[in-house]
Design a protein around this ligand. Structure first.
Ligand SMILES: Cc1ncc(COP(=O)(O)O)c(C=O)c1O
Length: 360
């Protein structure tokens, strides 16, 4: 018999639900902001490529060299300014462990991506929330006052923000970075390419800025797990020295390198996401009782007039998996990821049928 006396998680980590989206069976998956079409690995990696990936050696710097060169050129930085990890979950946890942790505070502007808060907590740090609410408008005054109030060591801006799809003005972020040079200003740009925005040009003048990027969105490779942090040279060096050198696999580097070469597909995906998003947005606006929030990402948050949990279940009954957003601090809201044109048609048809209020 297993004793009831078992090791316990730290108190602040107990009793939390797991984060992942619900198993969806055959449902159309519009819950995790992924690229909706399949990305078979064989499209990118040939048998010949595989012969060159040597599994007997630790990764070392070699397998990352070409990826580093391609991305550094694309981002307009030196190769050494990049730090890789297994998706942003991994790179951000590493960042919180190095700059957050015990006795330190991370400030976030809610509603935002809950994983950020969870990672900061796992790393042992405190989380301070500035509740911006909906519509999500982070102003300079509000951001500066929140940093002052919380004495944050890390300030996290997510732009475009998940789940609202809103971008935060560069000025807001850069003013905070300038006013608080000893605070790490972390900008999650997971959806930045879709919005056509990045703070990369501001990096040379702001050593406390760090930008987080991922292969999970416009590179269509959420399953690969490749995340990238872009640092100012002054921070990149100590971070690389403190980090474990071998966390990313040679397999991941090999596949990510091939994906990174294919910039043409990235451009095509961005164009498709933007046009489909506008179509879904317009379609949702036509449904009575539904109020979508304008988005610059590959998802749309929308408020409905009825019960969002019941609506979520009805969508699932119709074979469509969405996100119900109450737990993220968006009462009455659902979030839909932009799918293929056919999936979006199906979503809009079901939305029109089940969300419009029935006439009295
Ligand atoms: C804001 C934001 N950052 C990061 C991620 C996850 O990125 P990764 O797959 O690289 O862990 C997501 C995924 O939905 C996200 O919304």
């Amino acid at each position: 018999m297993v004793s009831s006396r078992i090791p316990q998680l730290r108190e602040e980590l107990r009793g939390r639900g797991s984060f992942g989206a619900r198993a969806a069976g055959d449902a159309i998956r519009l819950a995790a902001n992924e690229w909706p079409e399949p990305t078979p690995m064989g499209r990118y990696v040939t048998a010949e490529d595989m012969e060159r990936v040597l599994l007997n050696r630790y990764p070392g710097p070699g397998p990352a060299t070409e990826l580093r060169t391609i991305l550094a050129q694309r981002y307009g930085v030196a190769p050494d300014q990049l730090v890789f990890g297994n998706g942003s979950g991994d790179t951000l946890l590493g960042l919180f462990l190095l700059f957050g942790g015990h006795g330190r505070t991370t400030l976030v502007f809610t509603p935002t991506f809950p994983i950020h808060m969870r990672l900061a907590t796992i790393a042992g740090g405190a989380v301070a929330r500035e509740n911006v609410g909906l519509p999500y408008e982070v102003t300079t005054e509000r951001a500066l006052a929140a940093v002052q109030r919380t004495g944050a060591h890390i300030v996290l801006f997510c732009t475009p923000n998940n789940p609202t799809g809103t971008v935060i003005d560069d000025d807001v972020i850069l003013t905070v970075a300038e006013r608080y040079p000893e605070t790490l200003v972390l900008v999650d740009e997971a959806y930045g390419e879709i919005a056509g925005r990045t703070l990369l040009p501001a990096l040379p003048d702001h050593p406390n800025l760090v930008l987080s990027k991922t292969f999970s969105k416009v590179y269509a490779a959420a399953g690969l797990r490749m995340g990238v942090l872009v640092f100012h040279p002054a921070l990149a060096e100590p971070v690389r020295a403190a980090q474990l050198p071998t966390s990313v696999s040679v397999v991941t580097y090999a596949v990510a390198t091939r994906l990174a070469r294919d910039e043409e597909s990235v451009r095509a995906r961005i164009a498709e996401i933007r046009s489909e998003r506008e179509r879904v947005f317009a379609g949702l606006r036509e449904v009575g009782g539904v109020a979508p929030f304008p988005s610059e990402a590959n998802f749309i948050l929308f408020r409905i007039s009825g019960d969002p949990v019941a609506a979520y279940e009805r969508f699932l009954d119709e074979g469509i998996l969405l996100r119900e957003m109450s737990a993220w601090g968006c009462p009455g809201c659902l979030r839909v990821s932009i799918g293929t044109p056919e999936e979006n048609d199906r979503f809009l048809a079901v939305a029109a049928r089940i969300l419009a209020p029935t006439p009295a």
